[in-house]
Design a protein around this ligand. Structure first.
Ligand code: C2E
Ligand code: MG
Ligand code: MG
Ligand code: MG
Length: 292
């Protein structure tokens, strides 16, 4: 059996797979170097979140990018999974949290900033203390920090993560359930989580005018209804055009994010974007006006 298994293993190692593995290892080595000797390679972009009814900006989600010295910008979908599987995410999250809070402290208004957390962060019982210390270091009140979690990051080890979630909530931060609808999400389970917000996954929003439009509408209606019952805010991700925005408004969705509203912006561009909105004649009405 040993020999046979070994044979199979070797047979499966095609050159293409080896190439992928080598790439991954090279990227991982560079990731370690960046984290230990040049953290300025990690840059946050901010994507505005808008109140869909009034058009007002409520805050922004901080999204990390890696400016690699030779490969250019690397998207989080590429290096975050690598950081999660190797434990390096434990170094990336504090870096992101600090940068996001430092930036948020400089915004004029009472805007929120949202930071994405991974399963490993939620399994770390020292996370609430670290978050509390970062908030006080940058002088940001807890209610301006939103922490985005996913169902799978909680469900990995609920006994470990639930106390962490409650401690974060007790600090006064808002927990947001990201990519909602793509995981297990039983209704009773949503009720048990100390979240204040659910983010409707982009796939349902993109599906609104696709082949699965009827089921996407039903799903979104179900989520907004459930959220209203539980007193949770809803955020739709991936709003790419006005037609989708109109449908979401009709389905009772509160808040939204997407390329139609704004792409994620570098920190200075986000500040300019906010200022430009504030100086236009009827910033709050613009979106509703467009929607009609
Ligand atoms: P996410 O948290 O669900 O973030 C939303 C993603 O959707 C972002 O991709 C954003 O740029 C993209 N997006 C926004 N509007 C639209 C739209 O209208 N259409 C389409 N097609 N896409 C849109 P991004 O920045 O590439 O991030 C991908 C994922 O990487 C994030 O998904 C999040 O899970 C993860 N991520 C990003 N930053 C961090 C971080 O600091 N820590 C951790 N743990 N994960 C992060
Ligand atoms: Mg997110
Ligand atoms: Mg999301
Ligand atoms: Mg997503």
């Amino acid at each position: 059996y040993e020999a046979k298994n070994k044979g199979v293993t070797i047979a499966l190692h095609t050159p293409a797979m080896d190439q992928g593995r080598i790439e991954r290892l090279a990227l991982l080595a560079d990731l370690r170097v960046a984290l230990t000797s040049d953290q300025s390679q990690f840059v946050l972009h901010y994507q505005p979140k808008l109140d869909l009814r009034t058009g007002q900006v409520t805050g922004a989600e901080a999204l990390v990018r890696w400016n690699h010295p030779t490969r250019g910008t690397i998207a989080p979908d590429v290096f975050i999974p690598l950081a999660e599987s190797t434990g390096l995410i434990e170094q990336i999250t504090p870096l992101v949290l600090d940068a996001a809070l430092r930036e948020c402290a400089g915004w004029d208004e009472d805007l929120t900033v949202a930071v994405n957390l991974s399963a490993r962060n939620l399994a770390d019982s020292s996370l609430p203390e670290r978050v509390a210390s970062a908030l006080s270091r940058f002088g940001v009140p807890a209610h301006r920090l939103i922490l985005e979690i996913t169902e799978s990051s909680v469900m990995g080890d609920p006994e470990q993560t639930m106390p962490v979630l409650h401690a974060l909530r007790n600090l006064g931060t808002c927990l947001s359930l990201d990519d909602f609808g793509t995981g297990y999400s039983s209704l009773s389970y949503l009720q048990r989580l100390p979240v204040g917000e659910v983010k409707i996954d982009r796939s349902f929003v993109l599906g609104l005018f696709g082949e699965d439009d009827a089921s996407s509408v039903a799903l979104i209606r179900g989520i907004t209804g459930l959220a209203a019952t539980l007193g949770l805010r809803t955020v739709a991700e991936g709003i790419e055009d006005q037609a989708v925005l109109d449908v979401l408004l009709g389905l009772g969705c509160d808040t939204g994010q997407g390329y139609h509203l704004s792409r994620p912006l570098a920190a200075p561009a986000f500040r300019q974007w906010i200022a430009a909105r504030n100086h236009s004649a009827y910033p709050a009405l613009r979106l509703l006006g467009e929607a009609r």
